[in-house]
Design a protein around this ligand. Sequence first.
Ligand SMILES: [Fe+2]
Ligand SMILES: [Fe+2]
Length: 306
Amino acid sequence: MFSLAHLSDVHLAPLPRPDLSALLSKRAIGFLSWHLRRKKIHSATIARQIVADIKAEAPDHIACTGDLLHIALRQEFTRATQWLEDFGPADQISFVPGNHDAYVRVAWAEGLGRWSAYMTSDLNLVSPDAMPADRPGFPYVRQRRNVALIGVSTGVPAALHRASGTVGKVQMAALAKVLELLHARGFCRIVMIHHPPLASQCVPRRGLDDAPQLEDVLRRHGAEFVLHGHNHTHMHEELQTRTGLAHIVGVPSASAAPGGHKPPAAWYCYKIKRQSGSWHAGVTVRSYDGSHNRFRPEREFSLIAG
Ligand SMILES: [Fe+2]
Ligand SMILES: [Fe+2]
């Protein structure tokens, strides 16, 4: 039995006060959207409580699928780095970037590279020159017993008024190779990705530019579970692949307060085991209960993959 916590879209609050020069970019739109809309949704208190709730359950590993930030300010990177370090050691937390973590172009070493310890392979199946130059190290693969966690980056700066992402040709080819090799070795493959992987799951302005190609890779090479965020709501799709059934599961924002038009914060706890030639996951959804000001189990369900 392997236990895995999945949370996403923490959108750490509050937004730090930016320098005026930092707003001379797409960030100005995100700054307005924070103050007009998002600051009422994302709660720093709930973000602290979800971490405490996950720690109390003591899962074997934690998957965090992007959007820690809002407009990729230097101060946000600094605060999120501290948040990750307080959450847990890098070998217990796997992170993939979201569109808000790559809101505008920031040099790797000053931005996403600060979290590289949470995004590194310990199973080297792809040579560095077969990885995308703008997202070094992706896709990464971490082995935990008979489970392989595969981190895909879709966080690239998008045009004004877009929240889209892309896997890109180079990362897509590497992902296909990784999925094939891991299947041959008998691993349970868990893909972590910020954007929902199927074109039908997002309007084009918010979705993956290359979702049809990703769906084709998933169908041809298979995966057991694909965990994503971005839509800030509970989602579950099934995909028939060459290697069996894949489950595609999305979670709400980890800091969402009750009373909005999206569900309150929640995280999913997977308990995964091999049984009769398939991969079985018992899933507990732990949601924020505003009336008691705490997380509690909301529902449970089972998934069989492969
Ligand atoms: Fe988000
Ligand atoms: Fe997002």
